[in-house]
Design a protein around this ligand. Structure first.
Ligand SMILES: NC(=O)c1ccc[n+]([C@@H]2O[C@H](COP(=O)([O-])OP(=O)(O)OC[C@H]3O[C@@H](n4cnc5c(N)ncnc54)[C@H](O)[C@@H]3O)[C@@H](O)[C@H]2O)c1
Length: 352
């Protein structure tokens, strides 16, 4: 029920029309719908509401494949909620993978992140490169991969998709992602304010191409990549420097000016990534979007939403702002647990 999930649900429903698809989510952003004609989860057979930190093992009975997306999903949230990030993103990942394996699931797919590479050297990072996690978020992904590895065996394949930074339109759009932020700035005020000097490298991937990569992993054979696989998910052509991303947006939305912040401290999160392993393993599930298509689709999506918020960096299209608002309203507590649920009510199912 986040940014990536709706595209994954649509993709899987298309590929597996007869599969029973079950969602499990805390629904922090459930009401943050954007450009959604239908409730995205209506394509599921069942939506469960609950916390991955306390997920009952019954949820996994009879499940073949787990696609694990739930997370505190960026650096600013990871900094604000550091311990919770380790609990949700890492410890819960491992306990759910163990429960899934014990329940007889055959595959576990983990939404990992290229952000674990941290700081650039000259060469694009391959899966063999040393990781250099600079934030709690990135550390949570490294720790998860390390402990997922020994769980893989001939009956339980584990695929960690190290996604590039996501972008593109979604039924739950977020604007705390570099391309989405730039397009929003261009649409609303014809201005793109780059927070750095523009030089950092940031590989991108469209959310719908993430869904296609997940679709590939669902059916991946252990012969194709091994029982445990950690693979960079994206494509070489989408390695961009931040200033190049902004310039392309400005080209497509005429009249847009791009301002750099030359005094910004160097952004250490800069990495180019080598996606050749993914290309060789998943030739039929390579990213299809171009950057220009992604920008035009976002522009049109924002216009269709009647997007008019000049102060969008402080709006509910920013994940951290939603959590802060829920906390201010005492709807979630400091541990990010819903305050209106008793411990007996942690699991509610809605059959769709
Ligand atoms: N967006 C990106 O750029 C990007 C890039 C690489 C990897 N990823 C990974 O992809 C996954 C999805 O990212 P997203 O952009 O959709 O994030 P998102 O923040 O939009 O969605 C995360 C979802 O996880 C749920 N969640 C959080 N804590 C939970 C808990 N304790 N119990 C149950 N559900 C919980 C939230 O309610 C939300 O629906 C994440 O694991 C993220 O780390 C995202």
């Amino acid at each position: 029920m986040g940014y990536v999930g709706p595209g994954v649900v649509s993709q899987l429903r298309e590929t597996y029309p007869d599969a029973i698809l079950v969602g499990y989510d805390m629904a922090y952003f459930g009401s943050c719908l954007t450009d959604a004609t239908i409730f995205p989860e209506s394509k599921l057979d069942m939506q469960l509401f609950g916390d991955v930190r306390t997920m009952p093992e019954e949820v996994l009975q009879g499940v073949d494949v787990v696609i694990h997306l739930a997370a505190i999903s960026n650096d600013p949230m990871g900094t604000r909620y550091e311990n919770i990030t380790m609990d949700v993103n890492y410890r819960s990942t491992i306990s759910i993978a163990k429960m899934a394996k014990a329940a007889g699931a055959r595959a576990f797919i983990f939404a990992s992140s290229c952000s674990m590479y941290g700081a650039a050297e000259d060469r694009p990072k391959t899966e063999e490169s040393a990781v250099n996690p600079l934030t709690a978020y990135a550390r949570s992904k490294v720790a998860s991969e390390q402990e997922l590895k020994p769980l893989a065996d001939e009956d339980f394949t584990v695929t960690c998709l190290r996604f590039a930074t996501a972008c593109g339109m979604s039924n739950r759009l977020r604007l705390d992602l570099v391309l989405n932020d730039f397009v929003a700035g261009a649409v609303i005020s014809k201005q793109i304010g780059i927070l750095s000097d523009g030089s950092p490298w940031r590989p991108l991937i469209h959310v719908k191409d993430m869904a296609r990569a997940i679709d590939w992993a669902v059916d991946r054979d252990a012969d194709n990549g091994g029982q445990f696989l950690a693979v960079n998910a994206g494509c070489d052509e989408w390695n961009y420097q931040v200033s190049e991303i902004a310039d392309t947006v400005a080209e497509i939305i005429p009249g847009t000016t791009v301002s750099l912040n030359p005094n910004a401290p160097p952004d250490k999160r800069s990495y180019r990534v080598d996606f050749s392993l993914f290309k060789s393993l998943a030739p039929h599930h390579q990213p299809l979007y171009t950057l220009r298509q992604a920008i035009k689709e976002l522009r049109d999506g924002l216009v269709a939403m009647n997007f008019t918020d000049n102060d969008f960096r402080n709006s509910l299209l920013i994940r951290l702002k939603v959590l802060t608002k829920l906390q201010d309203q005492h709807l979630i507590n400091e541990e990010l647990e819903w305050t209106f649920k008793s411990s007996q009510q942690t699991l509610t199912a809605v059959t769709l």
